[in-house]
Design a binder for this molecule. Structure first.
Ligand code: KG4
Ligand code: ZN
Length: 350
């Protein structure tokens, strides 16, 4: 069964949520785990009726990164407007919604609390069920938005906090084949971007700069690991730092485009090779990319080329790669059977 019975918050009426619920599920979701305040309404996990994202990038540029207390305050300021815009864009009101959902973790606790409490309040005010959603599962579910993707598939989850190769056997059933043993890939992007003087947010700026450089200018190392599907990026980070220090001594003109391109070539090749091998090892012919780093141009290029070898490749539209609430709504629907209701609390780490 891919549906679960939830109770409305006040009158305790049962409401089935999920694929087998036999009625339309219009889910209103909120995302506030890091530096985007977002709300969206999605019908039956795939059809996006509205999608609103307020980014805090401008504020965090000043600090060179996300400061948790500042992020929480920004969420408080943006949340009401984002919620009303999501209703307005869809032309719907609270009584039209089947259930309210919000990210409950992992993420910054102060930030998560703002979104989760707003979601719970809406559920109470309109007497609807509340569904607490896991942010990581939601990134993978972004691939269901506006597509006909169905499990089984292999997912490469690459974000600011995680790097995992996941075997998704069915909507609820998954198995982690490999993951990072230290830094997440997005973290590595952001750190190397800072080392070559690029502004926050580092990943997307490094991606842009890399397009103008020579990807084979510098050879950077790859970690050898016990599980061939695991990742490690801390050595690469140190090697990048050492390379930059050496080049700075040799000349005043740091070849930042070549460094960016060489770094990007290194990580995109590692992610690509390991994920492809993992897919081959379990005979999977569908690979999906998920998370903020799935917006990366070179990673997308390498994977989409696999279509010529008979693979089905999915990656969310750019706006659904980085944090958004449409993926939270989709996840509340497809993974409803595994989700907690109104009593759920926020959590910072898995
Ligand atoms: O999924 P996400 O929005 O937030 C987390 O859940 O972590 O991912 C954010 C990460 C950041 O590290 C950001 O630099 C990276 O995704 N990112 C990129 C690109 N766009 C965003 N990294 C490389 N290339 C990009 N185009
Ligand atoms: Zn995320």
């Amino acid at each position: 069964m891919f549906a679960k019975e939830f109770k409305t918050t006040v009158s305790q009426k049962p409401v089935m949520i999920g694929i087998d619920s036999k009625h339309d599920n219009i889910i209103f979701a909120i995302e506030s785990s890091c530096d985007e305040t977002a709300a969206a309404i999605v019908k039956n996990g795939r059809e996006v009726l509205s999608n609103v994202v307020a980014s805090q990038i401008k504020t965090h540029i000043e600090f060179g990164g996300v400061v948790p207390e500042v992020a929480a305050r920004e969420h408080l300021e943006a949340i009401n407007l984002v919620i009303s815009q999501a209703f307005e864009q869809a032309g719907l009101k609270g009584s039209d919604i089947t259930a309210f959902a919000a990210t409950v973790g992992p993420g910054l606790v102060g930030s998560l609390l703002v979104g989760m409490n707003a979601g719970k309040t809406l559920a109470l005010a309109y007497d609807k069920p509340f569904i607490g959603v896991n942010h990581l599962n939601a990134h993978v579910c972004a691939n269901y938005l506006n597509t006909d993707l169905k499990p089984p598939f292999v997912a490469l989850l690459i974000s600011g906090g995680h790097t995992q190769i996941i075997q998704v056997k069915d909507y609820f059933e998954q198995n982690i084949i490999g993951e990072t043993i230290d830094d997440a890939i997005g973290e590595a992007y952001d750190k190397v971007a800072r080392l070559i003087g690029l502004p926050y947010p580092g990943g997307v700026n490094l991606d842009k700069l890399a397009k103008t450089g020579n990807p084979f200018a510098f050879k950077l190392p790859e970690a050898k690991l016990a599980n061939e599907y695991d990742f490690s990026f801390s050595g690469l980070k140190t090697a990048s730092l050492q390379l930059i220090q050496k080049l700075k001594k040799e000349s005043d003109n740091l070849p930042i485009a070549d460094i960016a391109a060489s770094f990007q070539e290194n990580v995109s090749s590692v992610l690509f090779r390991k994920t492809k091998k993992a897919a081959e090892s379990i005979n999977a012919k569908t690979i999906v990319l998920a998370g903020g780093v799935a917006a990366n141009s070179e990673i997308r290029r390498k994977f989409f080329n696999l279509k010529d070898e008979g693979y089905n490749i999915y990656a969310p539209e750019m706006k659904y790669c980085t944090d958004n609430a449409a993926m939270i709504a989709s996840c509340a629907y497809f993974l409803a059977g595994t989700m907690d209701s109104i009593s759920v609390e926020v959590f910072s780490r898995m």
